[in-house]
Design a protein around this ligand. Structure first.
Ligand code: PEP
Ligand code: MG
Length: 894
């Protein structure tokens, strides 16, 4: 097995093996772009190391061979005293994990070779010593585990002693002193000297990168982003180029398009006379990339050409890290860049227009989670907000959204407060990887320093979290936990603030929110709004059309009133997949249900049912009207009856009090008896669903009659009702047969009485394991199946759907037993395989059997893909999830 690949050997499709960075460095090398030569150690080597605790035996020799080749090519030897080759050692996993893992620059410098580096750079002693102090600092911190603050303090101390306000104020002698100080810190803290031998430096750095895969922050990031824990990282060893060789050098980051809006143009930051992480860390103030044209036109022009090459080659937005060494441009990294949800939709359609991608590809460039994010409310028009609310700052719109919360100034407090149910905004001068916990806990992130590429911005965008960064007029005092705005406005910890990640504005207090333009669009209320919103709506409109053209799954709504049904229809629903009739029994009708439950005689029961019938019928008339011409699946009553009765404790107290007052109420006493009788230890496994229909005479018949009469009425007014009757919680075909027989009789009766052919179909939910296992038998009596994946998950796992999320799921998620709750995303291996088997068995018996799903999973992106693969006909979900389901159904089919 080969563990090391030269940059000339790899390509962009080898991300599993070479990591994202390594694969793309290879791709750029092969495109003939200026990449400093180097090689990549594979993720396989990392996996061996992580599993066994030692590097694979062959690795050392392979690295030696590649290092030899690199040295020959560069005409220099690693760390050689007179003319040293220096290298960087960088992590690079398959999925980008910004700032989570380690990097060490300037490997190869030592007490002896520092003079050689000075000679190489034309006698620049300051540069050489600055590079050396960076090596000792980075190596000390990341490889030897020394507390980074100790180096920072020593650096501050040196600056103070010199009266310098930045590190540029330190000269060669100062830096030489600092190197001595840093080496002493290493010796004290790490219990060993800083290694002078270059190969030892390199080997230790490689191992440190392997180890950094398993730091706490990296693990947390992976959990958050759902990146598998066993991928390991690759390691890139790359010959050093220097951006800190004077004003004709520098380093920068660039995007080929604006990652926030998708607009084409020149986006990025440049920092003159600086190295490596200086830009991303937001340590010194960068200039906009466009300024590079004035600083170094030749490099700027070349960069623009390269950016165009990359966009056309990758057919997508790319982000780039580059360095200019004395007027020579070098590409250090590229990758398909992260972007906001709005930008994703816009870029996808722009690329279609440019002819770079087709519609199917465009669908892969967006996803349902992004669409859902675009449907979140926003702050009301910022002009109005500005007039009514005090704006205290205006930073960079780094990651869109409207976030309101209490100000907190450290991650610990953010996590603590959010656990107790508070919404918080995390305010920092700048964030670093240690803030990850707090960023996850917060509604939004506000920083006073750093640009669009700062840590806060990049990570927040990745998480889809609102972020305003670089609000420079705000003074953040983390020690005193307060923020001071111009004009002396002070925000203390706990004060409410609002941040607008789309405009970058920061307000005191809670700014009200309004629906997003995307929701307005789905609602059919196209407003003549700002251009930005219009462009976005256009892009969403087009992408939805791509999805609708290719998708095979139909999308229906879970809705049980005309209002929801109409909204669902506007959102693109192709019918109702689940009308939960119990929702029609609430409110003032509860009393009628109470009468039904209390009925002692047939006459009493029939009277109660008789009172419910016209109400049910009126509900269905409205519903069928809202969904005219489209199927409406009406599910007969499902939940346990005690849900309609008073709480047992409350009622017992009421009766006891009345008894004490000698003021007993006959009705309460009967009610209490009934509540006792119906009380169940496990109501979800008790008298509900089809069991109710079998136990309470006339209940299901009444509901079926209401459906049939409503349909007949709609026909009489020239409507086109398409009701389907659905029986819940069936476990055996016998249950279904009994209910069916009764329902068929009722339907025939209504047909005869009204003189209409109703063509009502009768089907069942498959939501119990036994139903799934005997689906072949059940299909004999059912014209359709609708998978109730909520109950099916509950009963397959034996998890109470109402309790587990609050009790032990956190522990399960932390232990990695599952990455996401099976109530949220279908458990394909367990619950899913039952669905698949039942679908096959059902269709084998009744070809053309209609198959749908109406559990919560119907609106979950990953689950929608599973249902597509399983060959179902439709998914049904809540109205607001319909666009997401349409999009994902399209993505699954594209
Ligand atoms: C289900 O169980 O998946 C279902 C849709 O029914 P309910 O959620 O009403 O139990
Ligand atoms: Mg159910």
């Amino acid at each position: 097995r080969k563990y090391v690949y030269d940059f000339t050997e790899g390509n962009k499709d080898l991300k599993d093996l070479l990591g994202g960075k390594g694969a793309n460095l290879a791709e750029m090398t092969n495109l003939g772009l200026p990449v400093p030569p180097g090689f990549t150690i594979t993720t396989e080597a990392c996996k061996v190391y992580l599993e066994s605790g030692a590097e694979p035996a062959a690795l050392r020799d392979e690295v030696s061979a590649h290092l030899d080749a690199l040295e020959k090519r560069m005409g220099r030897t690693l760390g050689q005293h007179e003319d040293p080759l220096l290298v960087s050692v960088r992590s690079g996993a398959k999925f980008s994990m910004p700032g989570m893992m380690d990097t060490v620059l300037n490997i190869g410098l030592s007490d002896a070779s520092v003079a050689g580096l000075a000679a190489q750079s034309g006698g620049d002693e300051r540069f050489a010593w600055d590079s050396y102090r960076r090596l000792v600092q980075m190596f000390g911190k990341t490889v030897l585990g020394v507390d980074g603050d100790l180096f920072e303090e020593a650096l501050e101390e040196a600056k103070r002693a010199k009266g310098a306000d930045s590190d540029l104020g330190l000269d060669a002698a100062d830096l030489r002193g600092l190197v001595e100080r840093f080496k002493a810190i290493v010796a004290e803290q790490a219990g060993r000297e800083f290694p002078q031998e270059p190969r030892e430096q390199m080997d230790l750095a490689i191992r440190a990168v392997f180890d950094s895969w398993n730091t706490e922050r990296a693990k947390l990031y992976r959990r958050q982003e759902r990146i598998p824990g066993d991928l390991g990282t690759a390691v890139n060893v790359c010959s050093m180029v220097f951006g800190n060789l004077g004003p004709d050098s520098g380093t920068g980051v660039a995007f080929t398009r604006d990652p926030a809006s998708g607009h084409q143009g020149v986006y990025g930051d440049y920092l003159q006379n600086a190295q490596g992480e200086d830009v991303v860390a937001g340590i010194r103030n960068t200039v906009p990339l466009a300024d590079l044209e004035k600083i170094d036109k030749a490099s700027y022009d070349e960069l623009m050409k390269i950016m165009e090459t990359l966009e056309t080659h990758y057919r997508d937005l790319c982000d780039i890290e580059f360095t200019i060494e004395r007027g020579h441009l070098w590409m250090l990294q590229t990758r398909v860049g992260k972007r906001t949800a709005a930008a994703a939709f816009r870029i996808a359609t722009q690329l279609v227009d440019q002819g770079l991608i087709d519609e199917a590809e465009a669908l892969q460039r967006v996803n349902g989670a992004q669409l859902a994010q675009l449907m979140f409310p926003r702050f009301e028009d910022s002009a109005t907000a500005g007039a009514k609310f005090q704006r205290i700052g205006w930073g960079i719109a780094a990651s869109p959204g409207a976030a309101v919360g209490k100000a907190v100034f450290d991650s610990y407090t953010a996590v603590k407060w959010s656990r107790s149910g508070e919404r918080v905004i995390l305010i920092r001068r700048e964030t670093n990887p240690d803030d990850l916990n707090g960023m996850i806990a917060a509604e939004g992130i506000l920083t006073s320093r750093g640009g669009k590429t700062s840590h806060a911005a990049v990570v927040a965008r990745g998480m889809g979290k609102t972020c305003v960064c670089g609000a420079e007029e705000l003074e953040v005092d983390t020690k005193r936990r307060r923020l001071t705005a111009p004009g002396g406005v002070v925000i203390e910890e706990g004060d409410l603030i609002s941040i607008d990640g789309s405009s970058g504005k920061v307000y005191v207090g809670e700014v009200p929110v309004v629906p997003s333009p995307v929701v307005e669009y789905f609602e059919g209320r196209m407003h003549a709004g700002a251009d930005e919103a219009d462009e976005l709506v256009q892009a969403v409109h087009r992408v939805m059309a791509y999805a609708d053209r290719v998708r095979r799954l139909r999308v229906r709504a879970n809705a049980d009133n005309a209002e929801d049904a109409s909204r669902a229809r506007r959102f693109g629903a192709q019918g109702i997949g689940l009308c939960r009739t119990e929702h029609m029994f609430l409110g003032e009708r509860r009393e009628l249900v109470e009468r039904l439950v209390l009925a002692d005689t047939d006459a009493e029961r029939e009277e109660a049912l008789g009172a419910l019938l016209p109400l049910q019928k009126a509900d269905f008339v409205e519903l069928f009207e809202a969904m005219d011409g489209l199927p409406v699946t009406v599910r007969l009553l499902d939940p346990p009856l005690h849900e309609f009765l008073p709480d047992i404790t409350e009622l017992s107290v009421r009766v006891a009090l009345a008894e004490a007052r000698k003021d007993e109420n006959e009705n309460d006493l009967r009610l209490l008896q009934a509540v006792h009788k119906l009380h169940e230890q496990n109501p979800m496994l008790g008298l509900r669903g089809v069991r109710l229909g079998l136990v309470i005479p006339g209940l299901f018949a009444m509901q079926v009659r209401a459906i049939a009469e409503a349909a007949a009425h709609r026909r009489s007014v020239k409507g086109d009702p398409r009701p389907e009757v659905m029986i819940p919680l069936v476990g055996t075909v016998q249950e279904l047969e009994i209910v069916r027989e009764e329902a068929d009789a009722v339907i025939a009766e209504v047909e005869a009485a009204t003189g209409t052919q109703l063509k009502l179909s009768i089907g069942t939910m498959i939501e119990l394991p036994r139903a799934a296992l005997t689906a072949g038998q059940i299909a004999e009596a059912a014209e359709f199946f609708s998978f109730g994946t909520n109950d099916l998950t509950q009963t397959v796992w034996g998890f109470s759907r109402d309790d587990v999320e609050a009790s032990f799921f956190t522990a399960y998620l932390e232990k990695g037993i599952f990455g996401v709750s099976p109530f949220e995303t279908i458990d394909a291996d367990g619950v899913g395989s039952l669905v698949r088997a039942a679908a096959e068995a059902g269709r084998a018996v009744r070809p053309g059997l209609k198959l749908g799903v109406c559990g919560e999973h119907g609106g979950d992106p990953e689950s929608v893909h599973f249902f597509h693969r399983t060959g179902l006909d439709y998914v049904s979900c809540s109205p607001f999830r319909i666009p997401v389901a349409r999009l994902e159904a399209g993505r699954a089919a594209a």
